[in-house]
Design a protein around this ligand. Structure first.
Ligand code: SAM
Length: 286
């Protein structure tokens, strides 16, 4: 019998620790241990990998990650009630679970993960899921401190992360994610799997950081995508005016059609625009 089988049922943990779900904390718990095991397996072999889990809640996914062989799980949780509940799991897996009470948006987990490979696996609080993803995708230096992100999002957000050019979901998030990572939706999870059930279906997404993304200045890339997708129905020659540099010169330098709309531009095209913006600023300064 593994130490996981020995732990009390999650409903019991929730009842004893008064863990009634709070909407303000994006709390939708997974109590089906077969499902949490499926998510943990989707994270790949965990031998030798430190797993960072954001928002462990009552600990269903945490248990699965430990059962799947993660030698160390570092869990960051904002809700003190959950932190108390997780002590039982920590005791059952001595030295393998570190629970940190804190706000994952503000917290730098790097000092806690050691020098080996690290992976983020989480059923994220939906209200801050995109902000957390952007934080991980914009981390410096690159390649990042993690070797993969395996994360639950609302399906609509998952579709915006993996969207390809030409799709109505293609936008700033897809450019940033696709520039720095290979992205894939692994599987959907029905709303009924959560307690309480959210309004929409969720999806588990895997992002594998690219070792060598196309070279460009990240903030310039963010500026061009903000300008282009800020007015996504307009042609680039119009929307890029907000950058304060003659759009036709930028588009020419990036070899892009001035009448194109942003959703039709491949990621390499935005990288070309970012490079042109940096070059134009350099020229303006000299
Ligand atoms: N992992 C658990 C599960 O699958 O049942 C809970 C997932 S629930 C969707 C999100 C969790 O994130 C909650 O436990 C919530 O308290 C926690 N949380 C919310 N905001 C947070 C923040 N800023 N930093 C860390 N944890 C947070």
């Amino acid at each position: 019998m593994s130490p996981v089988d020995d732990l009390p049922p999650l409903r019991d943990v929730i009842r004893r620790h008064g863990l009634t779900a709070r909407k303000s904390l994006g709390q939708n718990f997974l109590l089906d241990l077969n499902l949490t095991l499926r998510i943990a397996r989707a994270a790949g072999p965990l031998d030798g990998v430190t797993v960072v889990e954001i928002g462990p809640g009552p600990g269903g996914l945490t248990r699965a990650l430990l059962a799947q062989g993660a030698p160390h799980v570092v869990a960051v949780e904002r809700d003190p009630r959950s932190v108390a509940a997780l002590q039982e799991v920590a005791e059952r897996f001595p030295g393998r679970l570190t629970v940190i009470e804190g706000d994952a948006l503000a917290f730098d987990v790097r000092p806690h993960i050691g020098s080996g490979p690290a992976r983020v696996v989480a059923n994220l609080p939906f209200n801050i899921a995109t902000s957390l993803l952007v934080k991980w995708l914009t981390v410096e230096p690159w390649p990042p401190w993690y070797d993969a992100l395996v994360l639950m999002f609302q399906r609509e957000v998952a579709e915006r992360i993996v969207a390809a050019p030409g799709s109505k979901n293609f936008g700033r998030l897809a450019v940033l994610a696709g520039w720095r990572a290979e992205t894939r939706i692994l599987f959907d999870v029905a709303a009924t799997a959560f307690v309480p059930p959210p309004k929409v279906t969720s999806s588990v997404v895997r992002l594998m950081p690219r070792a060598d993304p196309l070279r460009c200045d990240r903030s310039a890339l963010e500026r061009v995508t903000e300008a282009a997708f800020g007015q996504r129905r307009k042609m680039l020659r119009q929307s890029l005016k907000s950058l304060g540099i003659e759009p036709l010169a930028l588009l020419d330098a990036a070899h892009l059609d001035p009448t194109a709309r942003p959703e039709d531009i491949p990621i390499a095209g935005f990288v070309g625009l970012a490079r042109a913006l940096v070059a134009a600023h350099g020229a303006a300064l000299s």
